[in-house]
Design a protein around this ligand. Structure first.
Ligand code: PGA
Length: 262
């Protein structure tokens, strides 16, 4: 982490905690976040829990006299409204209390056919709609084994960087090697740092200031035991956490590990 970038820890709940349990978890996370100054915290519940979670974290923030933790959607449609059964738009996420949205998660790319082009359009729709997108990139095991990691990851980064340019300053990037997601296999901190540095160099070719201030999160089997080591790397500015964000103790331990040394 570089001191100019505030560490960001985001919990991606995926299709879990869509109701009351999500409100309870979010309130616990919001309480823990009050004790971990110097980092930014975001939770991404399913759509059904968003408004209630946003309300719960706001309540904790008011009671503790702190800024609320962020709430993120896990996906969005590129249009603001219309005949798109089953979809949710940026203005709807904002109305539900979100300031963030995850875009291009590998599960969206792999299971729901999202292309680089669609991910770029969603990133733009999020920014235009007033949200901070967390744009995910990452290679599959096959691509890594074939030595294509940087080709794939930097292609995915350029796909959003080229159309958006400086507007990408509203976004956070997340490097999530697909083979590390939900598998317990974490990239070594050195391997992750190498990819993060390459992503930052790609941003820098376009805009040095953008590269210096853009946070690049690592995701893929981040746990309390490995988070401090990953976050100690120069170009790793936080984490996108799946499984370990589903209970307050585990996620809280990651938040504490991310606190900048004082
Ligand atoms: P994981 O998921 O932490 O369970 O590997 C990360 C993610 O998919 O964002």
């Amino acid at each position: 982490m570089d001191a100019i970038r505030v560490p960001l820890i985001a919990g991606n709940w995926k299709m879990n905690h869509g109701g009351v349990s999500g409100v309870v978890l979010a309130a616990s996370v919001a309480e823990i976040a009050c004790e971990t100054a110097g980092i930014e915290v975001v939770v991404a519940p399913p759509f059904t829990a968003l408004a209630a979670v946003a309300h719960a974290v706001e309540e904790v923030a008011q009671r503790r006299g702190r800024a609320p933790i962020g709430v993120a959607g896990q996906n969005l449609h590129i249009e603001a409204k219309g005949a798109f059964t089953g979809e949710v738009s940026a203005p709807m996420l904002v109305e539900a209390g979100c300031r963030w949205v995850i875009v291009g998660h590998s599960e969206r790319r792999q299971l729901f056919g999202e292309t680089d082009e669609l991910v770029a359009k969603k990133t733009l729709a999020a920014i235009v709609g007033g949200l901070h997108p967390i744009v995910c990139v990452g290679e599959t095991l096959e691509e890594r084994t074939a030595g294509r990691t940087l080709d794939v990851v930097l292609r995915q980064v350029r796909a959003v960087l080229e159309p958006l340019g400086r507007a990408l300053g509203a976004a956070v990037l997340a490097y999530e090697p697909v083979w590390a997601i939900g598998t317990g296999k974490v990239a070594t901190s050195a391997d992750a740092q190498e990819v993060h540095a390459a992503i930052r160099a790609t941003l820098s070719q376009r805009d040095g200031a953008l590269a210096a201030r853009t946070r690049i999160l690592y995701g893929g089997s981040v746990k309390p035991e490995n988070s401090a080591e990953l976050l100690s790397q120069l170009d790793i500015d936080g984490a996108l956490v799946g499984g370990a964000s589903l209970d307050a103790d585990g996620f809280g331990a990651i938040l504490r590990a991310a606190r900048p040394a004082s």
